[in-house]
Ligand binder design. Structure first.
Ligand code: ATP
Ligand code: MG
Length: 392
């Protein structure tokens, strides 16, 4: 029996004017994600996208798993391909749905007849097929109001399709449809989740990571690269910028008041991130901060970091609890990597008594005791780029 996947477009179907370009982008994203799995043909009709595997050895479970992670898809289903002939539809339905229907107590049949030339009308298809299934699966009974299983028959242009489930897709908008933003990516739990949240809104992700060797190790950097790789499942390709930050951190340590170390460091991170954003056409910054999660994430501290920002800073986790963030991290499979115990540049030279509620003018003054500009320029210049493509 031949199985294909039908994809239903999501929220973008509502967005009148942009509909066409969203659909094109989603199509492109789907093709890119499935490329490694074999040869497929694609077709689109009546706001449904048809994915037909063309190689014998394509693993349809794997296709399904990939499809489930593509933003912009509201729902999808695996369907059995039938001839546009009722006898064939009935025969294949019995076989294809046998496992599902054997395990169920109640069902109903619905039919969608896009091809009006098909000789049977929808109610007739439902009644006939329902009768046949009742006969073949004697434990079943019909429940039109709240059935365990809904068998759907779709009569379309070239074929008929039968399926018994609609799987909820990843939702959101196709990655790329909202433009690009720069994620400040640490090795922690939060920032990879922030990437997922913004990618869901159609934002293509570039990532920037600050390293301070020898205070931070190669292993710490590799961990962040592993996170990037994992994120491509949801985000698609990611341009990863690695910034040498040692000299700047040492300059902060040697020249600024200790209680402001962290906040000044974060302002300099933002400064470098937005300079690289400008070159990369990223329209906003993204961080994994959550209000009051730690001392450096108070609203007052955010006021002080945002004072140096010339583009919007998205903090999609601002209102989430740690447990909620961890739940998402597990779902997107970044959690186990994130908890590997390697150091981050944020944890070197941490002040003993950080200012929890810094005032912008005090931070400004503390930072002005040293001219960071030459070091900022040098760090930007020596930033390394590595590109992570979907599927490695
Ligand atoms: P995370 O779990 O994302 O590391 P966190 O709770 O550890 O977050 P902080 O260490 O205060 O919080 O970092 C806050 C945010 O700053 C991070 O979510 C991330 O966006 C950014 N950040 C921290 N360290 C780095 C780094 N080395 N490179 C790039 N961005 C960083
Ligand atoms: Mg961290």
């Amino acid at each position: 029996m031949k199985e294909i996947i039908l994809v239903k477009y999501g929220e973008m179907a509502l967005k009148g004017l942009n509909k066409r370009s969203f659909e094109d982008m989603l199509t492109k994203n789907i093709k890119r994600r499935l490329k490694k799995l074999g040869k497929f043909t694609y077709a689109s009709a009546q706001s449904t996208f048809y994915i037909t595997p063309e190689d014998e050895d394509i693993d349809i479970d794997e296709v399904e798993e990939k499809i489930g992670k593509i933003f912009g898809i509201a729902a999808y289903c695996r369907v059995c391909v039938c001839e546009k002939d009722f006898a064939d539809i009935a025969e294949k339905s019995v076989e294809y749905l046998s496992e599902t229907l054997s395990a169920a107590k109640t069902f109903k049949v619905t039919a969608k007849r896009a091809d009006k030339a098909f000789p049977m009308k929808s109610p007739e298809i439902c009644a006939e097929l329902g009768g046949i299934l009742l006969e073949k699966f004697p434990d079943l009974s019909v429940d039109v109001n709240d059935p365990e299983v809904t068998v759907t028959v779709e009569i379309r242009d070239t074929n008929a399709y039968v399926h018994a489930e609609n799987i909820k897709g990843a939702g959101g908008l196709p990655v790329g449809s909202s433009g690009k933003a720069m994620l400040l990516l640490s090795g922690g739990i939060d920032s990879p989740v922030a990437a997922y949240m913004m990618a869901k809104r159609g934002v293509r992700i570039s990532a920037i990571h600050f390293v301070s060797p020898p205070y931070t190790s190669d292993r710490a950097r590799l961990k962040v690269e592993t996170l990037c790789e994992k994120l491509t499942d949801y985000c698609g390709g990611i341009a990863f910028f690695c910034v040498p930050f040692t000299e700047i951190q040492e300059a902060i340590r040697d020249n600024c008041p200790e209680e402001f170390f962290t906040i000044i460091m974060r302002r300099l991170m933002m400064e470098i991130a937005q300079r690289i954003s400008a070159k990369e056409e990223c329209l906003a910054l993204i961080t994994g901060e959550s209000v009051a999660q730690v001392a450096s994430q108070t609203m007052q501290a955010m006021v002080c970091t945002d004072a140096v920002c010339r583009i919007p800073v998205f903090r999609p986790l601002a209102g989430l609890d740690k447990t909620e963030i961890i739940e998402i991290a597990r779902k997107i499979d970044t959690f186990e990597t994130s908890i590997l115990p390697y150091e981050d540049c944020c944890t070197v030279f941490t002040p003993r008594h950080p200012k929890v509620r810094p005032r912008p003018e005090d931070v400004e003054k503390a930072q002005s005791s040293f001219d960071f500009e030459p070091l900022i320029e040098k760090a930007v210049e020596n930033t390394e780029l590595k590109t992570f493509t979907y599927g490695g």
